[in-house]
Design a protein around this ligand. Structure first.
Ligand code: ADP
Length: 245
């Protein structure tokens, strides 16, 4: 709900955290940070701190859930009790179940699922600290964790939201902007294939505003895609350095 009394953009056109409307939050990504998972990644996007871990492909359990022609991708998005200001129950909420499904569906098109019939690939996402846009940051990290696990993929999936605050279309909303702004449009993109794998909208936008928000979110996704590739390259540089020692 828009609360007109509290300005989210100042007279200079800057947002509460000093960002310009089309600016992403600072992003830091690391790949292969967990020794015991097949693949992993960590992302900090503004105040968001999110871990993604992947196991598989492995034999599906229970067996009756296995699919004869492809792997079953499973995803669990979970917010730690300490990830938000008021302790969150560790039990999975309706929102977490929904986001688990949304994240899985936005990653599925990027994976050659048919390569591994009767198996499963599990993605575990732990939100350690949340500040708006966690579904997008989770998709970005989970896609890298899949790549780190060596799972054959068509492309990486990068995700980013755009939305409306104080009648301005802005990129990458943080929690306050999400709560007090007028709309939020999360988008996930396979940049190389130019294919959108997630498009949602919360709030109200005119058709023109919606188009502007989607285009801005797509630009954000492309910038994040470049950061994903850098993070993957850094992993292999580390492997190379370790091999020299
Ligand atoms: P997203 O994180 O993808 O934007 P939502 O729009 O559902 O998903 O949530 C927006 C933000 O609201 C979250 O990033 C988080 O900062 C906050 N939030 C979500 N669930 C809770 C909760 N149970 N308690 C407090 N804050 C929450």
């Amino acid at each position: 709900m828009s609360q007109k009394s509290e300005k989210l953009i100042d007279k200079k056109g800057l947002r509460l955290d000093g960002r310009k409307p089309d600016q992403l939050r600072p992003i830091k990504i690391e790949v292969a940070i967990l020794a015991n998972a097949d693949g992993s990644a960590y992302i900090q996007q503004g105040k968001n701190k999110i871990l993604a871990a992947v196991y598989g492909p492995k034999e599906a359990h229970p067996k009756h859930l296995s699919l004869p022609d492809r792997t079953r991708l499973r995803c669990r998005y979970h917010m730690a009790p300490f990830s938000v200001q008021e302790r969150k129950s560790p039990a999975p909420s309706r929102r977490e179940r929904e986001l688990s499904k949304v994240i899985r569906e936005s990653l599925e098109p990027s994976i050659f699922l048919e390569y591994y019939p009767r198996t499963s690939i599990d993605i575990f996402i732990e939100v350690l600290q949340a500040d708006g846009g966690t579904r997008c940051a989770s998709i970005t990290a989970a896609s890298l964790a899949l790549a780190d696990a060596g799972i054959p993929m068509r492309d990486l999936v990068a995700a980013c939201a755009a939305g409306k605050i104080d009648d301005t279309i802005v990129l990458d909303l943080m929690d306050t902007e999400d709560k007090k702004g007028g709309a939020d449009v999360p988008v996930a993109l396979m940049s190389n294939l130019n294919a959108i794998t997630l498009l949602q909208m919360d709030g109200t936008l005119s058709l023109k505003e919606f188009e502007k928000a989607v285009n801005l979110a797509l630009k954000g996704c492309m910038k994040i895609y470049a950061l994903q590739k850098e993070a993957l390259k850094a992993k292999y540089m580390n492997v190379k350095e370790a091999a020299k020692e």
